[in-house]
Write a new protein. Structure first.
Length: 151
């Protein structure tokens, strides 16, 4: 079952359970996937897995940014709603790597690419983005690369 089918099935389950909060998050995922499908001229073909993962990560990032704004403004009700939706969306991503696993992977990439300074960060980030696609947040990867390369 691909992601779109899983989302549709989960929407049905949320409707039956009358879980409005979960339903809202699931509909946001479905809408984003539909926009992706129509915007990329994919037609009736399946959306590539990497695009689905990037879309889910973008939705999570949006929710977290919104939650930070709501927290700063003292809107705890909206803050909690955004955090809840981010958790629902995260459930559809593959298991995220720990910081230590990312660090080991980045060290391997640095060894392979021969990167030695901050000037080589772009090379390392490009390879890291491919290796960790959907499994790690780019902010975390970037901070680890900067730390190791001494940027």
């Amino acid at each position: 079952m691909d992601l779109s089918q899983q989302i549709n099935e989960d929407i049905k389950q949320a409707m039956l359970a009358k879980d409005k909060r979960k339903l809202e998050a699931l509909r946001a995922i479905k809408a984003a996937l539909l926009i992706l499908k129509t915007g990329k001229d994919i037609g009736t073909a399946e959306i590539p897995k990497e695009l689905e993962l990037k879309t889910l990560q973008r939705l999570i990032k949006q929710r977290k940014e919104s939650s930070n704004i709501y927290k700063e403004q003292g809107r705890s009700d909206l803050f909690e709603e955004e955090i809840y939706q981010a958790r629902i969306i995260e459930a559809y991503l593959p298991q995220q790597l720990s910081e230590e696993e990312i660090r080991e992977g980045v060290k391997e990439i640095i060894a392979v690419t021969g990167a030695s300074s901050a000037k080589d960060m772009g090379k390392v980030m490009g390879a890291s983005a491919k290796k960790f696609a959907g499994k790690a947040d780019n902010k975390i990867i970037s901070s680890i690369v900067k730390e190791i390369l001494g940027a």
